[in-house]
Design a protein around this ligand. Structure first.
Ligand code: 0GZ
Length: 289
């Protein structure tokens, strides 16, 4: 693993916030274990091992019922660790894959059967080499007939450039980590307002209100991120998802306590109704329907 790699929290607290029955951790990853599932040669980081057994122990400890496992960039387009974790969970996990334009219908069907329900398009330069947008559009055409959706990861400063592409996508589109707003700028800043407008004008665009630990400039309890998540939950209660982001790739400042992250949910979704939509109804509709 990289010399400055931070390993996931060894003993997260039991959350004070009680999750609603059937809650879904809709954004998490598995890393390896590398001996069984080697990391991709083209990866930009080498993490610790963080396999399915640890992920499902955390699920049970925090009180989640289900997981959505997003293919991590350290595994490139080799989805086997993610698929193995999905299969091992039976019906309790779904996956998001990374694929190339050479993907065949038979391969998509196999992945669907294992629990995969979408693909991830990544625009974050520190994580991946750029993929031409035509290639992504080609992949989108191939997966849309399976009822899959597209998860996109980009940073706020790139939204203006990517926006026309996002509007072209023919499926539901889920934006990772709110498009990574710069939380020193304020909710009213044109950059965040651009994101709000994007969701407002495009009913197929959803957002994960995740990763306060990544976006915060203050650190725990991440109060500076609350207004951003709360604004999106309030405006678009039926198009938001929440997840731990365990095992928290590339955190450099600190490693969050996953139990404290669960406690954060009640600050961004204060009503029981919002909590149920965020944690149960929305992910069930998107991943288990
Ligand atoms: O910001 C990150 O470093 C990060 C990385 C990955 C990944 O490597 O897949 O996924 C995430 O959701 C976030």
């Amino acid at each position: 693993m990289d010399p400055d790699w931070l390993v996931y929290h060894p003993a997260p607290k039991a959350p004070d916030f009680q999750l609603p029955e059937g809650a879904v951790d809709a954004h998490c990853h598995v890393f390896g274990p590398a001996a069984e599932f080697p990391f991709a040669p083209e990866r930009k980081y080498t993490p610790c091992d963080a396999g399915k057994a640890e992920l499902y122990a955390l699920r049970d400890h925090l009180g989640f019922s289900r997981n959505v496992i997003v293919q991590a960039t350290c595994h490139g387009k080799d989805n086997s660790a993610m698929i193995d974790a999905c299969r091992a969970a039976g019906d309790l996990a779904r996956g998001i894959a990374s694929v190339g334009p050479e993907i065949t219908e038979a391969e998509i069907r196999d992945m669907h059967e294992a629990g995969v329900r979408g693909v991830r398009f990544n625009f974050v330069k520190r994580l991946v080499d750029a993929t031409p947008k035509e290639v992504f559009l080609d992949i989108a055409e191939k997966i849309k007939g399976f009822g899959w959706h597209i998860v996109v990861y980009f940073e706020a400063q790139d939204l203006e450039e990517i926006e026309p592409f996002l509007k072209q996508l023919p499926t539901t589109v889920v934006v990772d980590h709110m498009g990574r707003p710069d939380v020193s700028k304020g909710v009213d800043h044109p950059d965040f307002q651009r994101f709000i407008r994007l969701m407002d004008e495009n009913q197929n665009i959803w957002s994960k209100v995740t990763c306060p630990e990544r976006l915060s400039q203050q650190g725990p309890p991440y109060s500076d991120v609350v207004p951003y998540c709360a604004e999106i939950v309030e405006r678009f209660p039926d198009r938001v998802l929440w997840g731990t982001d365990w095992p928290h790739p590339n955190m450099k400042s600190h490693m969050p306590d996953d139990g404290a992250l669960v406690d954060f949910i009640q600050k961004i979704a204060p009503t029981k109704e919002q909590q149920k939509m965020l944690l149960v109804d929305n992910p069930m509709r998107l991943y288990w329907a």
